[in-house]
Design a protein around this ligand. Structure first.
Ligand code: 9D3
Length: 249
């Protein structure tokens, strides 16, 4: 999968590209990534990329000519790519969006800065608009990295053989079960015995129960968006009966 990023801060992407799974995905050729400096598409001695808004007001707007030039250059390199604008007005990004994007041949990210882009560029050169959540950042660069990170780990082979994104907690709508590693006793607390029992069926059931209860405690909103297997229904009824017996004495 091919990524192009249009930004006034291409250097922000250097650390992202040079560590861990992203670095390996680049080295193996599963992805390519190029941060394009928007300034290189701006004219004049000062290579200005922003200007004052028509109608007045505070803040600046991304000038149309450099942005359109950079997008068209990226699109001529990646002919089948989708062009996404990162902006606070975008649709909220989530795991379902990540799964859809993972099927694309390429993505051109336009990192918003200032108050936004000139509407005429938005209308003709942007395919879709995404936000990463309801909080105020200084630009679209970190959001572009967030979206790439979520998408890249879904590309077959990107996580290596030891992990699979199919096992992600978000894949089945529950949070992860509790995890333990050595030592067996840490600060006086030991590990649930079932995990040392070697009974794979019991371990699986324990983990499912752990996932259900952690989701109930930490993210009850997730429980309502989900359908339940017979085994899960049985666990929920078991709790319900148990809680009912506590209430009724
Ligand atoms: C006067 C209102 N502006 C400043 C408070 C609006 C504004 C413009 C540009 C607010 C933030 C930004 C920069 N942010 C992004 O470009 C951005 C973003 C974000 O701030 N939060 C979550 N997702 C994203 S994606 C791009």
């Amino acid at each position: 999968m091919d990524f192009r990023i249009i930004t006034i801060f291409p250097g922000m992407f250097d650390a992202f590209a040079s560590h861990g799974i992203i670095r390996r995905a680049l080295e193996s050729g599963r992805i390519t990534m190029e941060a394009m400096d928007l300034r290189e598409y701006a004219e004049g001695r000062h290579r200005v990329t922003d200007d004052r808004p028509y109608g007045g007001g505070s803040g600046m707007v991304m000038k149309p000519e450099p942005l359109a030039g950079a997008i068209r250059s990226a699109r001529s390199a990646l002919t089948n790519a989708k062009t996404l604008l990162l902006s606070p007005q975008g649709r909220p990004f989530n795991q379902a969006e990540a799964r859809k994007l993972a099927h694309l041949e390429g993505i051109i990210f336009v990192c918003g800065r200032y108050e936004g882009v000139d509407e005429r560029v938005f209308e003709t050169d942007i395919d879709d608009e995404l936000s990463i959540g309801d909080y105020v950042l200084t630009g679209g660069e970190l959001p572009a990295m967030v979206v790439m990170d979520a998408v890249i780990r879904l590309i077959p082979g990107a996580l290596g053989n030891e992990q699979s994104s199919g096992e992600d907690s978000f894949s089945d709508g529950l949070l992860e079960h509790a995890h333990y590693t050595r030592p067996y006793v840490f600060e006086g607390k030991d590990v649930p015995g079932v995990l040392l029992s070697g009974h794979h069926g019991e371990i699986r059931a324990w983990r499912l129960r752990s996932s259900l209860i952690r989701t109930f405690l930490k993210r009850p909103d997730l429980l309502e968006k989900r359908t339940y297997t017979d085994e899960e229904k049985q666990m929920l009824r078991e709790w319900s009966r148990y809680l009912g017996s506590l209430a009724d004495g």
